[in-house]
Write a protein that binds this ligand. Structure first.
Ligand code: CA
Length: 247
């Protein structure tokens, strides 16, 4: 199915709802947080084990993680340490939850790189406020008006894309596709993930549609012998070439 949403330059830019992963083995608390976050418009996934969390984070392009300290599998503290050691998750906002209120534990949590630390029992509205504030300050690329790579420049405010100074005319889907890929250069997204993030979870669209739109995006971006910034990764999906503009 084609994207039938009208293209208008005056249209407010469709922003992707922030994706939050909850890693919490207490089911009641996990459900409560899921419910509250979803009602504020976040897309939420929840896992109960520490070892599941790592797989999810590697695949899910989350904007924020709420991470319990005591977990089966791998502890929240260890997950946090590992996430901070990886390039693609070094700046991923993390709020740690814990039953331990000792000052020494709090310092330990922050020392492995958690951005914030909430002691159980906590008030849900307070946690929601912290989620909002952390997303605001920790994701500059979400609110950055312009995304740039090499000679490509995308302006979210005016919805204009330029390459080497010339205007690139994109349909709304191609625009969102480029915007999404440009937010995480080098990261490979499967067709299913792109459908999920760019078209929305409710979309029932054939995965080949992604190929069609990537094709259109390339055609619009690349003129003559210019370098193609979109990388096709056989059997995996697509990414914005992180070496684009460097070489
Ligand atoms: Ca726990």
């Amino acid at each position: 199915m084609e994207d039938k949403r009208p293209l208008s330059l005056k249209e407010a830019p469709p922003t992707r709802p922030p994706r939050v992963l909850i890693v919490e083995d207490e089911q009641a608390l996990g459900l409560l947080l899921t419910y509250n976050l979803e009602s504020e418009g976040y897309v939420v996934e929840r896992v109960e084990r520490g070892d599941e969390a790592e797989v999810h984070i590697a695949e899910g392009a989350f904007d924020l993680v709420i991470l319990d300290w005591m977990l089966p599998g791998v502890s929240g503290l260890e997950i946090c340490r590992r996430l901070r050691a990886r390039d693609d998750t070094r700046n991923l906002p993390i709020i740690m939850l814990t039953a331990r209120g000792e000052e020494a534990e709090r310092i330990r949590g922050l020392s492995v790189g958690a951005d914030d630390y909430v002691v159980k029992p906590f008030s849900v509205p307070e946690l929601m406020a912290r989620v909002r504030s952390l997303l605001r300050r920790a994701k500059p690329e979400r609110i950055a008006e312009r995304l740039r790579a090499g000679d490509i420049d995308l302006d979210r405010e005016t919805r204009r894309v330029r390459r080497a100074g010339r205007d690139i005319h994109l349909g709304p889907t191609e625009f969102r596709l480029l915007e999404f890929l440009l937010e995480k250069p080098g990261r490979v997204f499967s067709r299913a993930q792109l459908l999920d993030f760019v078209w929305g979870t409710a979309a029932e669209i054939d995965e080949r549609t992604v190929d069609v739109h990537v094709g259109r995006l390339r055609k619009a971006l690349v003129r003559g012998r210019e370098r193609d910034p979109i990388r096709t990764v056989r059997g995996a999906g697509y990414s914005f070439d992180e070496t684009f503009g460097r070489a």
